[in-house]
Design a protein around this ligand. Structure first.
Ligand code: ZN
Length: 171
């Protein structure tokens, strides 16, 4: 796959641009393609303030992709209202779309969720909170880590839970 060379600020040494198609992007490259806010969350494992993100209260049908690389990670059919201020899902689109990292920051042990394709930070997953979802898991994901592609979901993946979202009564 050959992508056209992006026009690079000549003041910046292009030393690491050479084998960009197989090595992960450098911080500098990420910083160029993401906004400062996106960079802070996706590449620095930051957390957006609750109730400020684009998708925490979104009920639109569609697929949520990684904002950094575009890999499809979550679907509206697994999204639920956790009222925590961040988009919450009870499962990813598929297990191999995300990876889990033990995160002992903030003096507690949490499980960080990252995009398996590009390693960008999504959020954390919490278990056993009693939300009554099919998995009892809450993938607490930053809106800014995601990009919603609205549209009807294809029912192929798993036929599990059509009625998991009681608010969505469209006949
Ligand atoms: Zn990604």
């Amino acid at each position: 796959m050959s992508t056209p060379e992006p026009s690079i600020n000549p003041a910046v040494a292009p030393a690491d641009a050479a084998d960009a198609d197989r090595t992960p992007l450098t911080d500098e490259e990420w910083a160029r393609r993401l906004t400062p806010q996106e960079f802070d969350v996706l590449r620095r494992a930051g957390t957006e303030r609750p109730y400020t993100g684009e998708y925490w209260d979104t009920h639109v049908e569609g697929v949520y992709a990684c904002r950094a690389c575009g890999q499809e990670l979550f679907r509206s059919s697994e999204k639920f209202d956790a009222h925590c201020g961040w988009p919450s899902f009870f499962a990813p689109l598929a297990e191999d779309r995300v990876e889990y990292i033990k995160d002992a920051s903030l003096g507690m042990e949490r499980i960080e969720v990252r995009c398996a394709a590009c390693g960008s930070h999504m959020g954390h997953v919490f278990a056993g909170e009693g939300y009554g979802t099919p998995t009892d898991l809450r993938y607490c994901i930053n809106s800014i880590s995601l990009r919603l592609d609205p549209g009807p979901l294809t029912p192929s993946q798993d036929p599990a839970d059509e009625d998991a979202a009681p608010g969505r009564g469209r006949a």
